[in-house]
Design a protein around this ligand. Structure first.
Ligand SMILES: Nc1ncnc2c1ncn2[C@@H]1O[C@H](COP(=O)(O)OP(=O)(O)O)[C@@H](O)[C@H]1O
Ligand code: SF4
Ligand SMILES: [Mg+2]
Length: 350
């Protein structure tokens, strides 16, 4: 992997609630290389936005990093004050496309005015310099440069999202954290966004932390990924590894649950049940109640994230049965669309 730009190590984040501390992220580790697109994927509530918010120092007031580190180019971000983060990191090093960002454009201001506000707050760029740069970025995301002075409502949803991506690139950040950037868009709009994200990657060498609940989005746009379930990373590896050889049952079912553009006629799997809310320490596999292959051991302790083979330490899975999972599925007929929640003995009979 190229030089690491973001290193997240053993990160544990809790929220204080009336029921006690909720562990929203437990022991999460991953690294993003220079120029790399890294995906974080999992169902709603699994802790993705919590990680994104922690990277940028924007956790909700009742949230707290209770263990672990978040380093940007070797520097611990948690040691930086709000004003240091604002002056040195936000926008010009790490840009953020927050969840629901299409609603974050100010409807009363032109897009170009919003660009100048960002530039004014973080740099000494003049208005003319900002506009010149912003026109170039509009072109990179496939928008006509003559439209920089439009108001947000004059754009379609897909165009607004591309304008937001252009805004995020304004100060040449090294890393973009994009939280569900294509979720509100239809498939055609999503495809356009992927095309421009590819272009940004090749032309600007920007790194990306892409967060989404839709694994097919990650397979289309990222080099490597981590799959999260109930605050934990269940599996991590390259896109090829997780597409061709997923080892964690949740990765396998999640992949089966979304349409695959390489196999559009495939039946979709459903993952029944809901992830547990982790009150206090995690002492069992968090997928045990939903996993068709759960055994006694899975409820007695939590599996560690370990390499799936000696040959490659980057492909890791946190499952006691990761070495035998393919054989188990084959012996049961090879179809992952027919499982029922917690069917300990394998697929349903229908
Ligand atoms: N401010 C908060 N207070 C208490 N619990 C929270 C708060 N924010 C998020 N959570 C809980 O933390 C977990 C992770 O949430 P989140 O990071 O938003 O997940 P995701 O982005 O994957 O949907 C969920 O169980 C959610 O309910
Ligand atoms: S087989 Fe066990 S350890 Fe693996 S995901 Fe299922 S419940 Fe968890
Ligand atoms: Mg979220």
């Amino acid at each position: 992997m190229s030089e690491p730009i973001l290193e997240v190590d053993d990160l544990t984040i809790q929220y204080r609630t009336d029921a006690g501390p909720v562990t929203a992220v437990s022991d999460a580790s991953f690294t993003i290389g220079e120029g790399e697109y890294f995906g974080l994927v999992g169902e709603s509530g699994c802790g993705k936005s919590t990680i994104a918010n922690a990277v940028l120092g924007g956790l909700d007031p009742n949230g707290e990093v209770v263990a672990g580190s978040i380093r940007y180019r070797g520097q611990e971000l948690q040691d930086m004050s709000e004003s240091e983060l604002n002056a040195a990191v936000r926008w010009d090093e790490i840009a953020w496309i927050p969840q629901g960002s299409m609603n974050s454009l100010n409807p009363l201001e032109t897009i170009s005015e919003q660009a100048f506000e960002i530039a004014k707050a973080h740099t000494d760029m003049t208005r003319a310099e900002t506009m010149e740069k912003f026109r170039e970025l509009f072109e990179i995301v496939g928008l006509n440069e003559s439209r920089i002075d439009d108001y947000p409502h004059q754009f379609s949803g897909g165009m607004q999202q591309r304008a937001i991506i252009a805004l995020s690139l304004l100060l040449d950040p090294s890393l973009i954290v994009a939280d569900e950037p294509t979720t509100a868009l239809d498939v055609i709009m999503q495809d356009q966004i992927f095309k421009y994200l590819d272009r940004i990657k090749t032309e600007m060498n920007t790194s990306m932390l892409m967060i989404t609940h839709d694994i097919s989005v990650i397979f289309e746009s990222c080099d490597r990924l981590a799959i999260m379930h109930a605050g934990q990373i269940g599996e991590t590896g390259t896109t090829e590894q997780l597409y061709d050889d997923p080892r964690h049952p949740y990765s396998i079912l999640l992949q089966g649950a979304f349409p695959d553009i390489r196999q559009l006629d495939r039946e979709l799997a459903t993952i029944e049940g809901h992830p547990p809310q982790n009150i206090g320490d995690v002492t069992a596999c968090t997928f045990a109640d939903r996993c068709p292959w759960a055994v006694e051991e899975c409820r007695e302790s939590a599996p560690e994230l370990e390499p799936v083979s000696d040959a490659d330490e980057f492909h890791r899975g946190a499952c006691f049965r990761k070495d035998e999972i393919h054989e188990l599925i084959e012996s049961e007929g090879g179809d992952v669309t027919s499982y029922e929640t917690g069917a300990v003995d394998g697929p349903s009979s229908n």
